[in-house]
Write a protein that binds this ligand. Structure first.
Ligand SMILES: NC(=O)c1ccc[n+]([C@@H]2O[C@H](COP(=O)([O-])OP(=O)(O)OC[C@H]3O[C@@H](n4cnc5c(N)ncnc54)[C@H](OP(=O)(O)O)[C@@H]3O)[C@@H](O)[C@H]2O)c1
Length: 202
């Protein structure tokens, strides 16, 4: 049994991740802290540091937070880009940078991206670009992780549970059950792979 810190636990992807973490002790966090053990703002380095100082050493960190703005490219403002970059890209990079000393030897990080960087759709340019950045970050930073710490990213298509929200902007996509995406999180946390992008697509 491992101690796993799950961030974004009360969101749709957080609930999907949780289906794959049933064997472990899961410590939960989110921005509001609603239904979670802790509150954290992934866009604020001090808040990330405070979370790790409160929780202490863990075996695995799983992040499912990555707030994205959606708009046509020519309408998307710099502020909307900044919001997406600060959360989905820098938030996750800072989580690894600040959190690494709090992860035990041979522990792991698992991050979130999303299929739109390989299957683009209108309105989703910021999500696609930051997902691509995180896939690249994971592939490359894996070589620099200390003490046998592994790092992977789950890159899923849209969840069944989210089809009502995103279905209209994703015609021709086949959603997948959260429990299937949970298997990818399980493979990342319980396996021995590192530097991998775990695609979950139909
Ligand atoms: N849903 C899908 O089908 C799907 C598919 C592929 C990829 N993804 C990716 O998965 C990620 C999460 O999507 P989701 O559908 O789970 O969204 P969601 O249901 O809206 O959940 C978002 C989660 O993130 C937390 N959060 C937001 N901003 C935060 C911050 N600054 N600090 C800490 N926590 C924060 C929320 O906490 P509070 O509720 O407490 O505010 C909530 O737990 C996104 O990057 C999305 O692109 C989603």
């Amino acid at each position: 049994m491992k101690t796993v810190l799950l961030i974004g636990a009360n969101g749709m992807m957080g609930r999907a991740a949780r289906t794959g973490l049933g064997r472990h002790t899961v410590i939960t966090a989110s921005r509001s802290g609603a239904e979670c053990d802790h509150q954290v703002d992934l866009t604020d380095s001090a808040s990330i540091r405070a979370l790790f100082e409160t929780v202490g050493q863990v075996d695995a960190v799983v992040n499912t937070v990555g707030l994205c703005e959606y708009a046509p490219f020519l309408d998307m403002t710099e502020d909307q880009w900044r919001t997406t970059v600060d959360s989905k890209m820098m938030g996750q990079i800072n989580l690894v940078r600040i959190g690494a000393p709090f992860v035990r030897d041979a522990g792991s990080f698992t991050l979130i991206s999303g299929i739109l960087n390989v299957k683009p759709v209108p309105l989703a340019i910021a999500d696609a670009v930051t997902s691509g950045a995180i896939d690249t970050f994971v592939r490359c930073v894996a070589h620099e992780m200390p003490r046998g710490i592994r790092i992977n990213v789950v890159n899923p298509t849209v969840l069944d549970e989210a089809w009502e929200v995103y279905g209209e902007m994703m015609p021709g996509f086949q959603p997948v059950p959260g429990a299937l995406v949970g298997k990818a999180f399980e493979r990342a946390v319980d396996g021995f792979i590192s530097g991998q992008v775990l695609f979950v697509d139909a």
